[in-house]
Design a protein around this ligand. Sequence first.
Ligand SMILES: [Zn+2]
Length: 618
Amino acid sequence: MGTIPSETIEQIAAANDIVEVIGSYFPLKRAGANFKALCPFHQEKTPSFMVSPSRQTFHCFGCGAGGSVFRFVMDYEHVDFPSAVRKLAARAGITVIEKFPAGGAGDEERQRELRQRLLKLHAEAAQWFHENLVKREVGQTARKYLGTRGITVEIAKRWQLGYATDEWDAFGNWARGRGYDVRDLIASGLVKTKDDVASSPDQATSGAKTQRSYDRFRGRIMFPICNDVGEVIAFSGRLPQDEEGAAKYLNSPETALFRKGGVLFGLDKTKRALIEVSCAVVCEGQLDLISLFEAGITNVVAPQGTAFTESQARILKRFVNEVVLCFDADTSGQKAAERSLDALLQNDLIVRVAEMPMGEDPDSLVRREGKEAFEKRIGKARDFFDYWIERETANVDLASFGAKMQLARRLAETVSRVRDPLMRGEVMNKVSARLGVTAQDFQALVARQRSAPFSARDDSFVSDRTGASAPAPRHDISMLCILALRDETARDFLRQQNWTEILAQMPDADILMRILESDFRAGDAASLNAFMVTLSPADERLVSSWLLQRMPPNAGAMVEEWWLGIRQAVLRRQLSVATNQIKLSELSTGDIINLQKQILDLQEQLHELSQPAGAADN
Ligand SMILES: [Zn+2]
C-alpha cells in the first residue's frame, strides 16, 4: 500500500463538508454554532454527539468518539483509512494518486498494479456475465431457474447476478479479446491452465499456455462477491441443477484480491442494517441471503462456504453482538451450524438458532410466509445452548448418572469456548440447571476444559472505536495543545521557541510535540483534518475534544504564560535531579563541583524566568 500525499488528504477534507457527510448518514440538528445528534457509536437517549462546522470535526461527550471526517467514515462504515479516503475522494470527484517510496517501489508497486488490473477485470467480467444472464440467448435456462426461485430481472440487476456459459473458453476468449493478458486472467482465478502444477518445457512458452487455458466457471449462475466498498473481488458460481459429480457451489480461488474465509457475502449491502440492529441473521447460501434481503430482512450475512471462519466471525463482531443461525433443518445444515459455533463463541457473539421447518430453507420460507412471519421466527429463535441441550438430551437417559456426566463433559467443552467470563458464567448456570448437575460440578468440568491449550487469539485487531481517549496530559500541556491547535499566533510563538529540547524533558508532551512539528494551519479545518489522520484513534479523540472546547479570548498572552510555566517546570525538575545527585556518597570532587555549578546555573535561570516579561531576555 502506498501513502496518500497529505496535500491530497487536505484537498479531500476541504471538499467534504463534515456536516454534509455525517448528515447524509443520519439527521443532524443545529445547536448554536454546532450540530448535534444521538451518538451512532453508543446507546443514548439525549444527544451528546456534536459536529463542528467551523472545526470540521465531530466529538461525542458521552463515549469519547471523535475526530476528523475520515475518522467518522472509518468508524461508521467500518472501513480502513485508505478506503475512507477513496470513498470521500469519490464523493467529491477527486482522483487519489498514491505515492510509493522511491527505489522500493518494485514489488509493492507491481502488486498494486496487479490488483488494479484484477479489479478492472472483475468489474468487467461481472458485467459480461450479467449480460449473458439478462440479455443473451445463452442465459435462458438460468433465467428460468432464477425465476422459479423468485429472482426477478430487477433483483438480478441489483445483485449483478450473471451466467457463465457452458463452454470451455467463452470467458477467456472474450477477455483476451478485450486485451487482457492471459497471465492476468490466470492470476484472477477466472481462467485455469490444464497443467497448473506439472508443466512440461513446451508449455512454458506463453503461446502454449494460451491454448491450454480454460474457464473455471462453466454453466454456472454467477454471484459477484464484493469487498467492503462494493468492488467485485471474486465470484461464486452455482449450478442451476444438480449434476452428477459436480459441486453445487464453486468459488474463486485465493487471489491477490480475494482471501477465502475473509469475506462475508453481501456485507457491502447489509452492513448498515447490521449496525442498526446489532444482530445478524446468518443463512447458508447466496440465494437465501438475496431472498431475505429483497423481502426486507436486511440484517443478513452468508459465510462463503458453509461454516464461519475465525476471521469472518471477527469481522462480524465489529458490526453486531448477536447472531441468529438459520441453517436448513437437514443434518448437513445442523452440522454447519455447529461448525460455525466455535468461531462465533470465541468472538463473544451471542448465538441463537432459528430452526427452519423440515424441507424449507430461509429462501423458500420467506417467499411462502412473508417478511413478518419470518421476523417472528427470528424473534423466537432460541438461545443456542437451549437448543443444543435439548437436542443432545433427546437421546440421553438423564436418569442414568453416567450418561448424564458424559453429556455434561461434552457440553462443558463447548461452554469452555465462550471467552467472555460473564457470558460464560451465565451459560454455565443455564446448562447445569438444565442437566440437573450442581453448578459447582459443572464449573469444575468447564474449568478443566479451559486449562487445556486454547487457540491463541489475535487481540490486536480489536477496534478501540469507542474506547477511552488517550489520558489527557497535565493541564499546562493540554492548554498549550489547545492554543497551538486553534490559534495561529500562539502556534507561531511556540514554534519559535526551542520546544523540541524543552518538551523532550516533559513526560507527557508527545501530543504537543506532534502538534508543533506538523505543518497544519491552525485556522484551516481541512489541514487540521489532514493532521488528525496521522494520529492514533485515542489521540484523535483527545484532539477532537480540545477542538470543541471554549477558546480563551487572549490566546497570545496566554500562550506566553503557559510556556513560561513549562520552562520553569523543566528547570525545577532538573534542579531537583541535580540536588538529589549531589547527596550521593560516592561522588568525586570534580563531580561535586560540576553539580554545584549546574545547580547555581539552574537557580539563576529560574530566577531570570520569574522576572517580569522582557527582563528574562539577555
Ligand atoms: Zn458516543
